[in-house]
Ligand binder design. Structure first.
Ligand SMILES: Nc1ncnc2c1ncn2[C@@H]1O[C@H](COP(=O)(O)OP(=O)(O)O)[C@@H](O)[C@H]1O
Ligand SMILES: [Mg+2]
Length: 412
């Protein structure tokens, strides 16, 4: 593995930092294509470790392990952002890492990310960095209320955020979040028409392929449903794709970049945040595109041509959170869910269930998006029994942001 001559497809080992579901689906696609994978994750039983060829069980702060990991691989990627970018840089000194550690460093800090995007002229919701209470008062004064306070680091699935409705919320939110992050950011609360995202792929030669814009419906800050394609005009879908592509281009990304966007009720298309990796809103690409986002990343890592990113069918992805397991006391009716036509089940085989944890997803395809949506909702409702059938289509339009209990886990 450490030989000087770069090895060629498929005689390669792709290193994946992180052993969650994204790493698992990447490793599954690698298995299909005959490429080896090596996962770095401290959890012996992690989701990706179960399907990778090798699993180096070590802490993400273990520098020696990081060097050993580099030695076992030919090219490296990461599947979550909350890792020390300097450790990734150490791996990068030994092996190509895509996307780069410098991009990771920028993206993993909300303030750096927003300032970087602002410098590129990308439209964003108004924001102010918040370090001290004085900054907070000033930011509330400038942006007005409602507003959203977010930690600069370590946030995911709506965690580390609070919505400020009244002036009195400012102090309590500041107190609650300030200790958890090096810095905070206050954002304008955007009145959302819809949320959209685009996964862009860019290879080492600068060639790009973007997936069609999808529509995301969040519940309590966590992605609940992805509708592909997004229910927007062709012009808006093209604008979203173009905006995302321009960011991937300007940042010189090699790998995948998911661009989450807000379509505001006043018509503005704003960038919410970036993720330099496969994304939950791209899971449908496994079942509804000739090339999944995971295969696309492998192609980039292994210097193969980019694959086709078109949708071959309308599709709806429904996340399966730990709440389902908890409410059904583990007795989920998978047979009933799979009796719904056009439905594919993806389970991540995670050890340990808790509310809000992403345990799997369903993807429903159909000739129309409307049918795909009703199939996905029916299949998910069927998991917990006939009593919940038909109740699945309420509550998907409101997307409150709340401060959720912080988990000690580094990701969902
Ligand atoms: N400024 C905002 N205005 C309105 N809704 C927001 C705002 N920021 C976040 N949200 C809602 O919370 C969700 C999660 O926030 P996001 O910033 O994407 O954090 P995370 O890293 O947890 O995904 C968003 O997808 C959106 O539904
Ligand atoms: Mg987000």
């Amino acid at each position: 593995m450490t030989s000087a001559t770069p090895r060629r497809w498929p005689d390669l080992t792709v290193g994946i930092i992180g052993g969650g579901q994204l790493g698992r689906m990447l490793a599954l696609e690698a298995r299909r294509m005959g490429v080896h994978t090596c996962v770095l994750d401290p959890d012996q039983r992690c989701s990706a470790g179960q399907v990778a060829d090798e699993h180096l069980v070590a802490s993400f702060s273990d520098r020696e392990a990081a060097r050993e990991f580099a030695g076992r691989t030919d090219v490296v990627t990461y599947e979550f952002e909350h890792i020390d970018a300097s450790l990734v840089a150490e791996v990068e000194a030994l092996r190509p890492v895509h996307p780069s550690s410098s991009l990771l460093k920028m993206v993993q800090h909300r303030v750096r990310q927003k300032q970087g995007l602002q410098d590129l002229g990308i439209p964003l919701a108004a924001f102010r960095p918040v370090d001290t209470w004085q900054d907070m008062e000033q930011a509330v004064h400038t942006l007005g209320l409602p507003a959203v306070l977010k930690t600069a680091t370590s946030g995911y699935d709506g965690k580390g955020q609070a919505v400020l409705h009244r002036a009195a919320d400012a102090e309590s939110s500041f107190q609650a979040l300030r200790g958890r992050s090096e810095m905070l950011v206050l954002e304008e609360f955007v009145q959302l028409e819809k949320e959209l995202s685009v996964v862009c792929a860019r290879d080492v030669h600068g060639k790009m392929a973007c997936y069609p814009a999808v529509e995301n419906i969040h519940v309590n800050g966590i992605l609940d449903l992805t509708l592909a394609p997004a229910r927007v005009s062709p012009a808006l879908a093209a604008a979203a794709q173009e905006l995302a592509g321009s960011i991937a281009q300007k940042l010189g990304v090699v790998g995948l970049l998911c661009v989450e966007m807000f379509l505001a009720k006043d018509g503005r298309l704003l960038v919410n945040e970036l993720a330099p990796r496969p994304h939950n809103s791209g899971h449908h690409t496994l079942d509804a595109c000739p090339t999944s986002q995971f295969e696309q990343l492998l192609r980039i890592l292994c210097r193969l041509p980019l694959g086709v990113t078109e949708l071959t069918t309308p599709a709806v992805m429904a996340n399966l959170l730990g709440d389902l397991w908890v409410s059904a006391d583990g007795g989920l009716d998978f047979a009933a869910a799979l009796a719904v036509p056009g439905v594919k089940l993806h389970l991540y085989n995670k050890h340990g269930v808790y509310p809000g944890r992403k345990m799997g997803h369903l993807c429903a395809v159909a000739p129309t998006l409307e049918t795909a949506l009703s199939r996905a909702l029916a299949a998910r409702a069927a998991l917990t029994g006939p009593k919940s059938l038909g109740s699945g289509d309420s509550g998907y339009t409101d997307t409150p942001v709340r401060t959720a209990a912080e988990r000690t886990e580094h990701r969902s």
